[in-house]
Design a protein around this ligand. Structure first.
Ligand SMILES: [Zn+2]
Length: 291
């Protein structure tokens, strides 16, 4: 590995969700009901991305997508989905994972085993982000924010985040520290050099992070970075048109998150802002030269 960082988007399947999941513009009972009951005509197909970051200091995987078990033949399989998700989530997501697209299969295609991953970073505990976690057994580290883990005790998350996807998986919890970045200025610098910074962007969940990947340069005119928003935004439309996703717990915080993302996109040195569910995203590898 040279003195560059690469970010490889990995499309790990799809979900057919109510339009109000990405563009509900409020978190309400009406939206929640629509998300579960919507007919196909009122649903949109969204991709589910994980990201592989190759860094001179190691390989980092951001999120794990849905697992193969949810879609044994590579198609939507309501029985297989219902075996892994409670009824309301099975209806909310209607997910499938085409053959070869589960995260572990994509790593294998790149010649990688879980033990080649230095760190798996979980942005939050929703099933479309951690469903494939158990297939990554053998990764050197798996990390999640203490705030994300702690707040799984809230009723809303118990309904959203089935425990069996992470139960029994050894995981390190980290604490956010005061930071110059992020809507509430809390972040965790994974390597201590500013090149991979997990920025707390609450609103979708309490402890969710967006991932800032930078060249580590502090001088503004030399600073280069890419931002992986996770579900602070589902697509660029969220921050460009100021529409909050309808899946979350606090629309005010979601709005602050979108404002922060919009600011980042305008900053000098911004190479890309990538979400986890953008149907128009090109799966191109992004390269950042280190300072
Ligand atoms: Zn998601």
């Amino acid at each position: 590995m040279g003195k560059t960082i690469t970010i490889r988007p990995l499309c790990c399947g799809y979900m057919r969700v109510s339009e109000s999941v990405p563009f509900g513009n409020d978190v309400s009972l009406k939206n929640s009901a629509h998300q579960i009951l919507a007919r196909d005509a009122n649903r949109v197909v969204l991709p589910v991305y994980a990201f592989l970051i190759e860094h001179p200091q190691g390989r980092f995987l951001i999120d794990a997508g849905f697992p193969r078990e949810m879609s044994p033949k590579g198609e939507y399989d309501s029985k297989a989905v219902s075996a892994l998700l409670p009824k309301h989530l099975a209806q909310l997501y209607r997910p499938w994972v085409p053959r070869g697209m589960a995260v572990i299969e994509q790593l294998e295609a790149l010649g990688l085993k879980p033990s080649d991953l230095d760190c798996v970073i979980l942005t939050h505990f929703d099933p479309d982000h951690i469903g494939g976690l158990k297939s990554l057994k053998g990764a050197k580290r798996i990390i999640v924010a203490e705030d994300e883990y702690f707040w799984t005790c809230r009723t809303v998350y118990r309904a959203r985040q089935p425990k069996h996807f992470y139960d029994g998986v050894p995981m390190e919890h980290y604490w956010f520290k005061g930071s110059d970045v992020g809507p509430n200025r809390w972040a965790y610098d994974v390597l201590g050099d500013g090149t991979i910074v997990l920025v707390n962007v609450p609103g979708h969940t309490d402890g969710m992070v967006s991932v800032l990947v930078t060249n580590g340069e502090l001088l503004e005119h030399k600073h280069r970075f890419a931002l992986l928003t996770s579900d602070a935004a589902f697509t660029p439309r969220n921050w460009r048109e100021k529409i909050t996703p309808g899946l979350g717990f606090d629309p005010k915080l979601q709005r602050r998150g979108l404002d922060w993302i919009a600011e980042q996109e305008k900053r000098q040195g911004c190479i890309a802002v990538l979400t986890s569910h953008d149907p128009d995203m090109k799966s191109e590898v992004i390269t950042i030269d280190l300072a």
